[in-house]
Design a protein around this ligand. Structure first.
Ligand code: SAH
Length: 265
């Protein structure tokens, strides 16, 4: 996709406040803009790749904002310890409940509006497009990024934290998973994608995987672009794309295809 400027490129209004100096901090609190709160041992990992391209431009324009909460700042003692050995023995370290509590409380006190509280975890519900859409409709999301063997279980029940997984594999920390999920969510916010339609037609939004895409040159390595795409006949092109999307979904994702067929009945 060609990157275009969002239609409304105006900076979101800043909440009137008695402390105008807030504007001069690195992270002004932008009234009403969607907020990702990250509780992490590695705040410097953010915005990371989210600072690039469309999500980066949207961040700069104040269409969404990022707040990090450094777990280390709440660590215990001179060494600011955040973890300890697992009760009952075993390998690795576990993030302490009391340290997590302070960081989570700090984040929740700063949270505005309705923001789900989630822990990135391979044990969680698998993240998907429906979840991204749901989060995009909220005011933001508070994400707890684990490290080592994970977090003290008591914290999850105490705060009613929902566990969300990026997929059936194990990462060393929650930060990459958080960035992937934020990316998927932020691109659904109004004004973030240059071409509003591209979020409507793409994979998962219709229940189908996307049709193949082509661009110049018209002939490459003796492979031509399917003729119908060069015909200028928009109805025919739409028909071809739908048929392709159906065929690809049927072949690659029988689970999605089944759900699509049932939905249509
Ligand atoms: N011992 C844990 C894995 C810990 S991995 C277990 O077996 O379930 C360290 C951290 O990485 C986790 O606390 C979690 O925050 C993050 N993480 C690992 N895999 C993940 C995944 N698939 N999705 C989301 N977060 C993940």
């Amino acid at each position: 996709m060609t990157e275009k400027k969002p239609k409304s490129s105006g900076r979101i209004s800043v909440r009137p406040t008695l402390k105008p100096r807030e504007l001069m901090t690195d992270t002004p609190d932008l009234a009403g803009s969607w907020t990702a709160q990250l509780i992490t041992l590695f705040p410097q990992a953010f915005p990371g790749v989210l600072g690039e391209s469309l999500t980066g431009k949207a961040l700069q324009d104040g269409l969404w904002q990022l707040q990090t909460y450094d777990l280390r700042a709440h660590g215990i003692g001179k060494h600011r310890n955040v973890d300890d050995t697992p009760a009952g023995g075993g390998a690795g370290m576990v993030l302490r409940a009391d340290v997590l509590e302070k960081a989570i409380t700090e984040a929740r006190l700063a949270a505005k509006g309705a923001m789900p509280l989630v822990y990135l975890s391979p044990r969680g519900r698998r993240f998907d497009q429906a979840m991204a859409r749901d989060w995009a409709r909220h005011d933001g999301v508070t994400m707890l990024c684990g490290r080592f063997e994970g977090v003290d279980e008591r914290v999850l029940a105490h705060f009613g934290i929902q566990e969300v997984s990026l997929g059936d594999f194990v990462l060393t920390g929650g930060e990459i998973a958080a960035q992937a999920m934020i990316d998927a969510t932020v691109r659904l916010l109004p004004g973030v994608l240059g071409n509003a339609e591209s979020a409507v037609e793409e994979s998962f939004s219709t229940g189908l995987l996307e049709h193949p895409q082509y661009t110049k040159p018209a002939e490459w390595q003796r492979h031509a672009i399917p003729e119908v795409l060069l015909s200028g006949n928009h109805a025919k092109i739409a028909q071809w794309r739908k048929a392709q999307a159906e065929e690809i979904t049927k072949a690659r994702r029988p689970d999605l295809w089944q759900a699509y067929v049932e939905k249509d009945q």
